[in-house]
Each structure stands twice: as structure tokens, then as C-alpha cells.
Design a protein around this ligand. Structure first.
Ligand SMILES: *[C@@H]1O[C@H](CO)[C@@H](O)[C@H](O)[C@H]1NC(C)=O
Ligand SMILES: *[C@@H]1O[C@H](CO)[C@@H](O)[C@H](O)[C@H]1NC(C)=O
Length: 358
């Protein structure tokens, strides 16, 4: 056994007394710290060995995290112009280490914006209103066929472009359903074998996924870009949106501008119900409750539009995109007010698609 240093024998246990806060104890502790003691060569040797091992381990961890982050993710990356959001802008290894490769080489994001939740089982009964969670207005307008046309169009465009990723976007927006819009659309597409006979819900098509947090049309686009980054490790250079023709102006003029996404690389495919009276109602409603408020509040983060988002988040969901798409953190957190030049002031921070050549 090693000979115990003299100071340990005499002054052990002072740490607890120090915490009791008495003055003399502090002085005793100090004199203990600065008193001379003996250590054997073995003790010094063990100390040095532990130190060297710790140094090596740290170095190895540092190198490992460096190689995992080289490429699309930056561990601890600070985003210029991101303001307070920069504090969130890092990609934790605990998540990155669970990714077993990604779908590399895709550059085209195709978004089908969700409008309802399908909770049916059989695709043949997709025109049955009881298989959908709908807003009362959607029930009146008989939109089920149009939802399915959006899904089919998204699949058709995706099959035609091998470098595309299809994202069905929409969160768990209804208090009366446990499903998300996005995953229910994806499930309907697979149930109906839209990707081909060999693809179904137990053998899903690899270039189709869901985005499960968006609470409105602006978030359909922004969050789908972030979702694209989760799946592919890069940002899309082209975006195609499939939704109602009535919403084309809102997406192309307002949302794309708010994201500063190059208009030449932004395509909108509008599909409407094909019933003149329904379409008239839709266009009127869109102008009044969609386009107009978004023109005033470009990022949808103030009063009326914020209230809509709040109403559509009955299950208190937090999205993952601050960590999975750290380059977008500043944009995700952006909500302009009077001091920025008004609620429609465009975001000025850097964005991944800034440097792209058209
Ligand atoms: C159009 O929709 C309205 C309202 O849902 C309905 O009453 C009318 O029959 C529809 N017209 C056609 C041609 O389907
Ligand atoms: C789904 O597709 C796979 C592969 O094509 C097939 O083996 C499987 O039987 C299908 N499952 C169902 C439930 O149809």
C-alpha cells in the first residue's frame, strides 16, 4: 500500500466544514491547500498518465466530431446575422450520429401542401368524408377529389425527376386527430399505389417523405426546405409547390419573396376543384384571408396569422429545424416589427441559396 501523504491524514474532511460557511474553516482549508506534502514517484506517475490519457481522448473526440461535421453540418457554427437564433444554431452529435447516410445528389424539392388529414384505411374510400378530418368549409366545397389530385400530381412530378424529393407537408393540426397532415397524405399515396405496384406502406418509395410540423402555407415551404436538408444533407436548388390555383399568388409573390428564393427556380402547380362556384368562393376567401394578411405580415408571425398557427398546434409541437437546418435558424426566428421597417420587411441575413448561380 502507498504511504498516505501526511497532509491527508491530518486535514481530511475539511471540505464539508468549508461548506458550512464558518470563517476559521476557510482559513484551515487554505492552509491545507498551500501546505507542503509528500508524493511518491508512483503517485506522480499515475497523475501524469491520467493526464496524458485524457488529453488523447479529447483529441480523438475533437477529430471525430470534426470529420462528422465536415460537409453540410457545422458543429457549433455561428450564423452571421442570425441574432439570438445563433445560440440554437448547432447540430448535436447525439442526433447526427444516428443518421446512417442520407439521400445524396438530390436538388429538386417538390412540396405537396396538406390541407386536411386522411384517417381512412382503404384508398378506394378516399372520397368518403368520414375518412377525413375536415374544416366545415372544406366539407361544403367537396374538396376531397382535389386533395387527391394534389397528391397524384406531386407523385407524377417526382417520378419524372430522379433528382427530386417529394415532401408531403403539414403538422398535427387538428385537435380531433392524432395524425399529421403530411404523414396521412404520404400514407394515402402509398395505399393507392401511386408510386407503382411495388411500393406500399410497408415498402415505401425512398424519394418521398413527410414534413410534420408546418402550421400554414409559409411554413409548408420553409419547413419543407429544412426537411429536404434533413433527408439529403443539402439545400434544394429548385422548388415546386403543388396546391390550389387560388393560392398561387400568395406562394409565388409573398412566400418565395419572404424566403428570397430565386423566382426562376420556383415553380407553382395549381390544381383547383373545377367547379366554378366553388372556385369563386375559394378565390374570394384566399384574397381576404390568405393573401391580404400575408401581404401585411410577410412572415405570418403577428396577431391574426399567429393566432391561426396557435390554433393549429393543439398538441404543443416543437419542430427540429433549428438543429437540423442550422443555416436557416435566423430565418426561422425572424419576425420583423416597426424597428425593422415594418412587418413586411424582408429578411436580410445570409441564406444557403444566396450564392447559387441561376
Ligand atoms: C359545384 O359545387 C356546388 C357547391 O358544392 C354544388 O352545389 C354544385 O352542384 C357543383 N356543381 C357541379 C357542376 O358539380
Ligand atoms: C408491399 O410491397 C412489397 C414489395 O413490393 C411486397 O413484398 C409486400 O407484399 C407488399 N405488402 C403489402 C401489404 O401489399
Amino acid at each position: 500500500m502507498l504511504p498516505t501523504p501526511a497532509s491527508f491524514v491530518q486535514r481530511g474532511g475539511h471540505y464539508t466544514r468549508l461548506h458550512s460557511g464558518s470563517g476559521p474553516a476557510v482559513m484551515q482549508w487554505r492552509s491545507y491547500l498551500f501546505s507542503r506534502s509528500r508524493a511518491t514517484n508512483l503517485a506522480v506517475g499515475i497523475g501524469a498518465l491520467v493526464c496524458a490519457l485524457s488529453l488523447l481522448l479529447n483529441l480523438q473526440l475533437w477529430i471525430a466530431s470534426g470529420s462528422a461535421s465536415s460537409g453540410d453540418f457545422g458543429v457549433g457554427t455561428r450564423i452571421s446575422g442570425a441574432g439570438s437564433a445563433a445560440d440554437f444554431a448547432y447540430s448535436p452529435m447525439s442526433i447526427l450520429s444516428t443518421l446512417n447516410g442520407r439521400l445524396r445528389g438530390l436538388d429538386h424539392l417538390i412540396v405537396v401542401a396538406g390541407h386536411a388529414i386522411w384517417h381512412g384505411c382503404s384508398p378506394n374510400e378516399r372520397m368518403d368524408e368520414d375518412d377525413w378530418v375536415l374544416e366545415p368549409i372544406q366539407r361544403e366545397q367537396e374538396l376531397l377529389g382535389t386533395f387527391f389530385k394534389h397528391i397524384s400530381k406531386g407523385v407524377e412530378l417526382t417520378l419524372a425527376d430522379p433528382k427530386s424529393l417529394l415532401v408531403f407537408s403539414g403538422g398535427q393540426t387538428r385537435p380531433t386527430s392524432l395524425e399529421t397532415e403530411g404523414s396521412s397524405y404520404n400514407r394515402l399515396a402509398h395505399s393507392a399505389h401511386l408510386f407503382g405496384a411495388q411500393y406500399n406502406n410497408s415498402a415505401p418509395f425512398p424519394r418521398a417523405t413527410s414534413e410534420q410540423f408546418a402550421l400554414d402555407s409559409f411554413q409548408n415551404v420553409l419547413f419543407s426546405i429544412a426537411r429536404f436538408h434533413e433527408v439529403t444533407g443539402s439545400y434544394p436548388s429548385r422548388i415546386t409547390i403543388v396546391s390550389f390555383g387560388a393560392k398561387k399568388q400568395r406562394f409565388s409573390e409573398l412566400h418565395a419573396a419572404a424566403l428570397r428564393f430565386p423566382s426562376g427556380r420556383f415553380t407553382y402547380v395549381g390544381i383547383d376543384p373545377g367547379n366554378a362556384s366553388v372556385e369563386r368562393t375559394m378565390f374570394d376567401g384566399e384574397r381576404q384571408f390568405g393573401y391580404a394578411p400575408y401581404k401585411e405580415d410577410l412572415y405570418g408571425c403577428h396577431s391574426g396569422l399567429l393566432a391561426k398557427r396557435r390554433k393549429r398546434n393543439p398538441f404543443f409541437r416543437f419542430h427540429s429545424y433549428y438543429t437540423s437546418a442550422p443555416e436557416l435558424a435566423g430565418l426561422l426566428d425572424y419576425c420583423p416589427g416597426a424597428s425593422d421597417g415594418g412587418q413586411s420587411a424582408v429578411y436580410k441575413g445570409s441564406l444557403p441559396w444566396d450564392s447559387r448561380k441561376l
